[in-house]
Design a protein around this ligand. Sequence first.
Ligand code: SAM
Ligand code: DTB
Ligand code: SF4
Length: 367
Amino acid sequence: MDNNKHWTKEEILAIYNKPLMELIYEAATVHRQYHDPLKIQVSKLISIKTGGCPEDCGYCPQAARYHTNIEKNDLMPLDEVLAKAEAAKATGSSRVCMGAAWRNVQDGKDFDQVIEMVKGLSAMNMEVCCTLGMVTESQASRLAEAGLHYYNHNIDTSEEYYKEVISTRGFNDRIETLENVRKSALKVCSGGIIGMGETVDDRIGMLMGLQKLSEAPESIPINALVPVEGTPMEEQEIVPIWDVVRMIATTRIVFPKSTVRLSAGRMQMSKEGQALCFMAGASSIFAGDKLLTTPNPGDNEDMQLFNLLGLTPSEKKKDNTEKVKIRKDTLLPTSEEKVKWSRPGHVIEKNKQAAEKAKAIRKALKS
Ligand code: SAM
Ligand code: DTB
Ligand code: SF4
């Protein structure tokens, strides 16, 4: 089956709404055609720059305008990143994903330091992924040349619901970044979050959004919202595991060859629930006791689960990234590249209220 087949919205909706047992069976069947069902790719997240982000993403504890209880940090030193990656490799991670609470990559000292991190990690024979916000083609090419394999940038939800979640950056900027990443010979990792109050149509809309990319993402993270106190979504109910299973299974059928990552939200899932997700085609997880800022099950618990289910972490994939030659001219910012990422700036009532509440808390704490 083709990973770039264009499904209609009605076709995807029909898949999503199949009787659950039928849906899992079909997804598991597709899964077995392209993936070893007993291997799970394990990625370690490292938050290299935490909190203080200027954006207003309604789900995110790292947005500076909300009052959340996270530990903020400037860019992590290189040796600390390498030590964390070494420890993760020893416990079965084949990939490291470095996350920064940035709106977009800016050329300069910090980006140069990230380039050194990528070089260091890639020399450790690990797959390397970054999620640094919006990027231009030349920035993506520099990352590729340094040895980066994947760039993560989520479209998060449908284009329509996106407007209810974020007002400081536009859906089209996300798409443009993903196309910049694609042009630079990096692999694309893009998915989204369920449980933010979206409709089933929005979930299907998110998959439609991924289908519109020039090529399907190699990797698709499905996050279940982790509702964090102080964010506009703090009151959201935990998304039912059945919805997570449906979303994973539908993603697996629509993108048969992609890696589907059961991402944030595993702390709120039972072992049985996670097992159903693996059955339904999830082929990857994030490891370690912390995601970027929120808790995650941790290595011992995951090892127990893997043993129970007969799963093992997959090895680093052999790829030809090293052989990819980056055209030197793409490494230099062109004049048209002095892009101005958009800032729609419409008012999202929930986001506004959470920001006002944060201001009041900070004022009270000062006095
Ligand atoms: N700042 C960069 C960006 O937005 O692209 C990279 C880091 S950002 C934290 C990466 C992704 O984490 C988001 O796109 C979102 O899908 C996910 N995420 C953030 N907070 C979350 C939460 N509370 N629950 C689930 N997923 C979350
Ligand atoms: C993705 O889709 N999920 C990860 C990773 N890509 C960067 C991030 C999840 C973050 C969950 C909230 C937190 O820990 O701050
Ligand atoms: Fe910033 Fe990324 Fe969080 Fe949005 S999701 S507030 S851009 S760190």
